[in-house]
Design a protein around this ligand. Structure first.
Ligand code: XLS
Ligand code: NI
Ligand code: NI
Length: 438
């Protein structure tokens, strides 16, 4: 069996917007400079292991449809190595710098803790060699704390402390491996950290368990000297009825409560934002305002379907405002854009993997170009600033001053006969302005 299932597939290059070649970028020009940084530095693109190299097309109603020889859960070390070769061959051809994985995506199957540690360590050695040979980098690692039946009732929030311990075991190994592989971040998505019914769940106790777990992860990060960022990935539900890391604002409240707001940031996934009833740009703007913007899982939902369809992004207009907020926040630092996205089940050709990623990358690149043009134009930012101009003046500063009192502020209303007049929010005018750039 060949170790390179993409033999014959070309390396993907930028050919510009007029190119008719479906296997070329039309907007993503890695070295092109946008607002003082290359597109590659802005986007920090990553391919994910789980959807792109593990999921075989299985859905609730049917079995796998992808006859890709390397696309199955690896049972043996040889299979794990075959998958690794396929994965790195693909990422290299796309010309993106990063990849992401769950521990269980990359390693040979394991039932016991001993086997888990041994099998994971064996493949991490190979990953390290591959990274050295190819120059590819790890955007983030994460432990799968939701697929194995032991996590049926959650990991850290499980009623059984032995399951908490098992989760600690997996995260310890995965965090240490991520450190060894110079990963830029470590992600925690609380897949089953929530409940199916409140009839059997002690919500307060489970939140305390989760707070404890995260504090331990942070303590271990410092103990081993991992310089990357710890990220929580919010999602409102699925597979649970309710997930505790519901959305960015909920995560921030949780971090505050457990004193972790300066230690942990968020990995925002587009489809999770929309499942929570928010726009993606709302989640980005909220994280930026709270100082916890970390990284992005790029994908999209289906407006008619209420689940995490994880499709590849294909609408640059829709992503432009989110990109605008990311740029205004100073960009992603240790984070990047990871394609947590999967093909549709009928996209059975290996070549379909290329089209999906090329389309997603070009969509992000186009949104980045649009957002940069809006910033260079300056009118949108000026309009928003103009609305608050009085807050920078004497009246606003007097209110924000720590010594200001309700009575003192109130007295000014009568003393100065205040009669503030409403001002237009000019929403349609601003919408038209944005539409000039998308
Ligand atoms: C699932 C999540 C998951 C995380 C990593 O909905 O998006 O894929 O990104 O565990
Ligand atoms: Ni995700
Ligand atoms: Ni998701």
């Amino acid at each position: 069996m060949t170790t390179d299932p993409f033999e014959g597939m070309p390396k993907i290059h930028y050919e510009g917007p007029d190119s008719k070649n479906p296997l070329a970028y039309r907007y993503y020009d890695a070295d092109a400079e946008i607002l003082g940084k290359s597109m590659a530095e802005h986007l920090r693109l990553a391919v994910c292991y789980w959807h792109t190299f593990c999921w075989d097309g299985t859905d609730t109603f049917g079995s796998g449809t992808f006859a890709r020889p390397w696309q199955f859960a690896p049972v043996t070390q040889a299979e794990a190595e075959q998958k690794l070769a396929a994965a790195m061959g693909f990422v290299e051809r796309l010309g993106v710098p990063f990849f992401c994985f769950h521990d269980t995506d990359v390693m040979a199957a394991a039932e016991t803790a001993q086997d888990h540690a041994a099998n994971f360590a064996a493949i991490v050695d190979r990953i390290e060699e591959k990274m050295a040979a190819t120059g590819l980098q790890l955007l983030w690692g994460t432990a799968n704390l939701f697929s194995h039946p032991r996590y049926i009732a959650g990991a850290a929030t499980n009623p059984d402390p032995d399951v908490f311990a098992f989760a600690a075991f997996q995260v310890r190994h995965c965090l240490e491996a991520t450190h060894r592989l110079n990963g830029h971040n470590y992600v925690l998505w609380g897949g089953r950290e929530g409940y199916d019914t409140l009839l059997n769940s002690d919500l307060g106790r489970e939140l305390d368990q989760m707070g404890r777990f995260l504090a331990m992860v942070v303590e271990h990060k410092h103990r081993i000297g991992f310089p990357g960022t710890i990220l929580i990935e919010p999602k409102p539900h699925e597979p649970t009825k309710h997930q505790y890391d519901h959305d960015v604002a909920t995560v921030y409240g949780f971090l505050k409560r457990y004193g972790l707001e300066n230690e942990i940031k968020v990995n925002i996934e587009v489809n999770h934002a929309t499942l929570a009833g928010h726009s993606f740009e709302h989640e980005v703007a909220t994280a930026a305002a709270l100082g916890i913007l970390g990284s992005i899982d790029a994908n999209r939902g289906d407006p008619q379907n209420g689940w995490d369809t994880d499709q590849f992004p294909n609408n640059a207009a829709e992503l432009t405002l989110a990109m605008y907020h990311i740029l205004k926040a100073g960009g992603l630092t240790t984070g990047g854009f990871n394609f947590d996205a999967k093909l549709r089940r009928q996209s059975i050709d290996a070549e379909d993997l290329f089209h999906a990623h090329i389309g997603g990358i070009d969509t992000l690149a186009r949104a980045l170009r649009n957002a940069a043009a809006i910033i260079e134009d300056g009118r949108l930012d000026a309009a928003a600033k103009e609305r608050y101009v009085k807050w920078d003046g004497a009246e606003g500063r007097a209110i924000m001053d720590a010594g200001a009192t309700l009575a003192g502020v109130a007295d000014r209303v009568t003393a100065e006969n205040l009669a503030p007049a409403p001002v237009s929010g000019r929403q349609e005018r601003l919408e038209n302005l944005v539409n000039r750039f998308v």
